[in-house]
Ligand binder design. Structure first.
Ligand code: ZN
Length: 127
């Protein structure tokens, strides 16, 4: 399996896990029924995690409207990509919007600002 996932899918699974974390925290709170304050703190944290997940979901919504919708050349399905390089959400085919990166091996480093990468290259050169 390829190590990278489509960014939108990754954020979505993060939001989903936040809901589960919130539920688990609230469930733990039930064990502290006798200590009302402790239980309330757990409940509050649980609700906070669920609210955070809602915020992340809203954020994904605004991200996907800005994301470029493209047809994956590998599986032919529609997928959305963020940044200069991303993975297809269906088959994890590496995709790029930058023609200079076409054909190159997929590297998450391409998403970092170009300046950072140049610094790294000069560092290697000077050695
Ligand atoms: Zn695909």
């Amino acid at each position: 399996m390829k190590p990278y996932k489509n960014k939108i899918n990754r954020i979505r699974s993060f939001a989903l896990s936040l809901i589960f974390i919130g539920v688990v925290i609230m469930y733990i709170g039930i064990f502290f029924r006798k200590h009302e304050i402790v239980m309330l703190i757990f409940m509050f944290l649980g609700v906070l995690a669920i609210i955070a997940s809602t915020v992340v979901y809203a954020w994904i919504g605004s991200l996907s409207t800005r994301a470029a919708q493209i047809t994956c050349p590998n599986c032919g399905k529609q997928t959305k990509m963020l940044g200069r390089v991303d993975m297809c959400g269906h088959c994890r085919e590496p995709l790029t919007l930058d023609p200079t990166l076409e054909g190159k091996e997929f590297d998450v480093a391409y998403n970092r600002p170009q300046k950072q990468k140049d610094n790294k290259e000069t560092e290697i050169d000077s050695k």
